[in-house]
Design a protein around this ligand. Structure first.
Ligand code: 5AD
Ligand code: SF4
Length: 479
């Protein structure tokens, strides 16, 4: 039997009225796990809680409310949540000894999948809220104050949460913007269709309005988010449904928005309109995350990926024909049930052929309730580990070779944070490589031409080009 680190004496019995009384400043700590959509959701939860008097704090110790925004995609992700709840219980207890109350909320995909289990295992949790209902956090806080025991909201409401969220607040120079959520693809390894629900696309006007607000607040780069972002089919003008390519062109018209990205896309949903946008919209960055998962057609079939390798190759070729400087990153899973050495070799071959400059690679993790979990021929853990190590070493070689290739090139770099030493800033290239350079602080938030001087494993060092000559000097800048 496993020992349970979560049980303890903190409980959720009595929340005090003052926690939902507005106008008192209260500290909010949100810890985010998993994907960028969770990062976006965490910011939106903060936006929802601001009118109640909550302001962000960096650590849990002084937090009047703590939110764990959780990820369920792989086993380890969920386990981390339970061990974090053990630590949170201790903090809640010690705050209670000082007469301070703490609201503990669990949000996100573990909440959606295991709400009851969380309530049972972790008495310090006051509320559990799913990814589609976090706009109701204020009501949940009020309910928790009225009722004894924990409160839960795991509904998939008919009206999307976006209709109820307050206007977004801009933070920094680069922002995420959720445009599509949920997934109807049902890959056999994936929990997303169960935790995030069916596909939903926000209307074009909503997205453009949110993007314009972000840009007005100083944002220069927007990454459009969706579990299946290029399945986007939002209501456009006159209720005509439009795809991602058209949406990108609408966003491109916003003055001051210099860089547009989107993630995560699906190879089966890359259409001509999107490919044309890559060729014609300068602000659409030449870097695309296009998960392939496996290089074996047999495994792709078992994964229910809706495409084969030839289709993937063809999509890449058409995208590159439209935008020759486009580079790709991907997601890969090793050890899916039934994966043989030959299947794995096919993945290795594909990785070398495409030359992914970045990749996220994972050992298959059986998720309860997914078809993959009950398939025969699960791959032993040791074999998965060997395959992952071999794959990651090849991926690293390709990444390092690409970094080396960048030396001597002049790339547009968005300077978005301070460097380690005074007088240094850090930015990102179109390919998301961090670049360290000497630059005056006034350039923070600017996109400047930088000549790459040296390459390292995970970053680059660069020299600021005299940018009176700005765009002329920047490689890839087109009329
Ligand atoms: N096991 C391992 N990796 C997974 N992913 C999704 N589900 C699983 C799973 N059960 C990976 C996929 C996906 C990325 C977000 O996480 O590669 O693209
Ligand atoms: Fe999961 Fe597949 Fe949907 Fe991506 S496309 S969210 S991997 S089911």
């Amino acid at each position: 039997m496993r020992s349970d680190p979560i049980r303890g004496r903190s409980d959720r019995s009595s929340l005090n009225f003052r926690y939902w009384a507005p106008f008192l400043v209260k500290k909010l700590y949100i810890k985010t796990y998993g994907c960028q959509m969770n990062v976006y959701d965490s910011q939106r939860m903060a936006d929802v809680l601001t009118p109640l008097g909550y302001e962000a704090t960096d650590g849990p110790d002084d937090a009047d409310m703590m939110v764990l925004n959780t990820c369920h995609i792989r086993e380890k992700a969920a386990e981390k949540v339970y061990s974090e709840l053990g630590r949170i219980r201790a903090i809640k207890d010690s705050r209670a000894e000082d007469g301070k109350e703490t609201i503990v909320a669990v949000a996100g995909c573990v909440a959606q999948a295991e709400g009851e289990e969380i309530m049972r295992r972790a008495p310090c949790v006051d509320m559990v809220v799913g990814p589609q209902t976090y706009h109701r956090l204020p009501e949940l806080i009020a309910r928790a104050a009225r009722e004894t025991g924990g409160v839960m909201d795991l509904e998939f409401p008919v009206d999307p949460k976006f209709d109820y969220l307050p206007p977004v607040s801009a933070r920094g120079f680069s922002a995420f913007l959720s445009i599509q959520e949920g997934c109807d693809k049902f890959c056999t390894f994936c929990v997303v269709p169960y935790t995030r629900g069916a596909e939903y696309s926000r209307p074009v006007a909503d997205v453009v309005e949110e993007a314009a607000l972000l840009v007005a607040g100083g944002v220069r780069e927007i990454t459009l988010l969706g579990q299946n972002v290029n399945a986007y089919h939002g209501a456009g003008p006159a209720e005509k449904v439009v795809g991602l390519g058209t949406l990108i062109r609408k966003l491109d018209a916003i003055d001051g928005l210099s860089a547009i990205r989107y993630t995560t896309s699906h190879p089966a949903d890359v259409d001509e309109e999107l490919i044309r946008a890559h060729g014609e919209v300068e602000a659409l960055m030449p870097f695309l995350h296009l998960p392939v998962q496996s290089g074996s057609d047999r495994i792709l079939g078992a994964m229910n990926r809706h495409h084969n390798i030839d289709h993937y190759r063809d999509v890449i070729a058409r995208l590159k024909a439209a935008r020759p400087d486009l580079k790709f990153s991907t997601d890969l899973i090793v050890g899916f049930p039934g994966e043989t050495d030959a299947d794995f070799e096919a993945t290795m071959a594909l990785v070398k052929e495409i030359g992914f400059v970045q990749a996220f690679s994972f050992k298959y993790s059986a998720r309860p309730g997914t078809p993959g979990a009950v398939m025969p021929n699960h791959v032993p853990e040791g074999v998965k580990s060997e395959r992952l190590a071999a794959l990651q070493s090849t991926l690293l070689e390709i990444q390092v070779a690409f970094n080396d290739d960048c030396v001597g090139r002049t790339l547009p770099v968005l300077l978005d944070r301070a460097g380690r030493h005074p007088g240094q800033l850090v930015g990102r290239t179109p390919y998301m490589q961090p670049v360290h350079l000497d630059a005056p602080a006034v350039l923070m938030g600017e996109i400047v031409p930088v000549t790459i001087a040296a390459a390292h494993r995970n970053s680059l060092t660069g020299v600021l080009v005299d940018h009176s000559a700005e765009s002329l000097a920047v490689e890839g800048a087109r009329a």
